[in-house]
Design a protein around this ligand. Structure first.
Ligand code: F6P
Length: 344
């Protein structure tokens, strides 16, 4: 008789989550005879036993849908007063579930590892729009975000050209500037500012001025986690999120008036925000997410508790939570410099 597993999506959403759920359910049901349920709203659904049944019909046509049909939250499994391993073991036993599949980022993997060490059968699927997990070469959702940000650059350029303005586009990227770098390269930005590499205002203004001097409208792309040399931390004025991290966003609004007053060039800021996390996943992300779903069905069939699936090169791989945790994949200086030499 096949076993019964519970899937949850935790942390910030991103395009491709539904394709993972579909991939896992289809392969698990078809190849292994497993049955699945989904926990609603991340760890909260696990702690309170709030589930929905998942089968072939529930996941039909899901791979092109953004968001997550399960809902998500930044609620931790050890949250008081009802969280913790003993309660979770009881919930799983009451629901006749043997395993938890947690789809999420670094915070989710850390919580999953703690539950694993507390005796719960749990596996993971890495997820972040920022593409900053060292465990995997790519996370689904990143490609879609780059497409959306690139389209935003293309659109901002035409209005920037009309008015001969400097346009500053802010994209996501807390610790790593992958979305900024890749969309900036694709969109032909004149300066790309990322968290890994502080740049002085003098340097940014020099690039902007040289673009303007040759008759072009300067296009600057900045990641939300970018800091000027005199900033102690990334710009945040919206308090903390559910995982106690500062809510980022707004560095473009800081930069635009500074650039304008230094250079005399009229400058406008656009913060792309959650637009880049919503909507249909790109074909590339659908493929990766579907493969990750299938790979996690294989993982649970092999009793691979304490592991995450990952993409290494073109192959699906498995690594332990311990190996994956806390290791950021940031933009290497050589890669950034490859592009920086043509800024301005
Ligand atoms: O961690 C992924 C991420 O998209 C970051 O780039 C961003 O800072 C954060 O999530 C936004 O989170 P929220 O959706 O909770 O505002």
């Amino acid at each position: 008789m096949g076993r019964r597993f519970g899937i949850l999506t935790s942390g910030g959403d991103c395009p491709g989550l539904n394709a993972v759920i579909r991939g896992a359910v289809l392969k698990g049901e078809t190849v292994y005879g497993h049955t699945y349920v989904g926990f609603r709203d991340g760890w909260r659904g696990l702690v309170y036993g709030d589930i929905l049944e998942l089968d072939r019909t529930t996941v039909r046509g899901l791979s092109n849908q953004g968001g997550t049909i399960l809902g998500t939250s930044r609620f931790g499994p050890y949250s008081e007063p009802d969280g913790g391993p003993e309660n979770i073991k009881k919930v799983l036993a009451d629901l006749d579930l043997q395993v938890v599949i947690a789809i999420g980022g670094d915070g989710t993997a850390a919580a999953a590892n703690r539950l694993f060490n507390d005796g719960i059968n749990i596996v993971g699927v890495p997820k972040t729009i920022d593409n900053d997990l060292d465990a995997t070469d790519y996370t689904f959702g990143f490609n879609t975000a780059v497409e959306i940000a690139t389209e935003a650059i293309d659109r901002l350029r035409t209005t920037g050209n009309s008015h001969k303005r400097c346009m500053v586009l802010e994209v996501m990227g807390r610790h790593a500037g992958w979305i900024a770098l890749h969309s900036g390269i694709a969109g032909g930005a004149h300066a790309i500012l990322i968290p890994e590499h502080p740049e002085s205002l003098d340097q940014i203004c020099a690039w902007v001025t040289s673009v303007k001097n040759r008759g072009r409208a300067p296009m600057v792309v900045v990641a939300e986690g970018f800091t000027l040399p005199d900033m102690k931390e990334a710009y945040s004025e919206k308090g903390l999120d559910g995982f106690n991290r500062p809510r980022l966003g707004g560095i473009a609004e800081v930069l635009a008036p500074l650039i304008e007053s230094r250079t005399g060039i009229e400058t406008r800021a656009t913060v792309l925000g959650h637009i880049q996390r919503g909507g249909v996943p790109s074909a590339w992300d659908r493929v990766l997410a579907t493969r990750m779903g299938g790979a996690v069905a294989d993982l649970v069939a092999d009793n691979g508790w304490g592991h995450l699936v990952a993409l290494h090169g073109t192959q699906m791989a498995r690594i332990t939570f311990d190996e994956a945790l806390g290791k950021l994949k940031q933009v290497r200086p050589e890669y950034y410099d490859e592009m920086r030499v043509i800024f301005g």
